[in-house]
Design a protein around this ligand. Structure first.
Ligand SMILES: [Zn+2]
Length: 95
């Protein structure tokens, strides 16, 4: 053990400026943000943990049967190729 370990102190201690406490509004907003983040990450986890291979037999969007080849190529898919394309374009901010 180093001899100076017990007497270690920070080289610089803030003496003023950092003492302002957050207001209740700021607490509320922080909590709201935290809740949003939590909901988002929970949703992401739920989506990620959806069992692979549970592809739908029919497209979620148009109800057309999803070809077996597509269901095997994209385990967990819920849309036919056309609707998946459209959904991805929407997500990218296209149409
Ligand atoms: Zn479809």
């Amino acid at each position: 053990m180093a001899a100076g370990a017990r007497s270690w102190k920070p080289a610089w201690v803030p003496t003023s400026g950092c003492t302002r406490r957050p207001t209740m509004d700021e607490f509320d907003r922080a909590q709201e943000l935290e809740a949003l983040h939590l909901a988002a990450s929970l949703a992401a986890q739920t989506a990620a943990s959806r069992p692979l291979g549970a592809s739908l037999a029919q497209c979620d969007d148009c109800g057309e049967p999803i070809p077996e080849a597509r269901r095997q190529a994209a385990p967990g898919c819920t849309r036919c190729m056309d609707c998946q394309d459209r959904a991805e374009q929407r997500k990218r901010g296209g149409l």
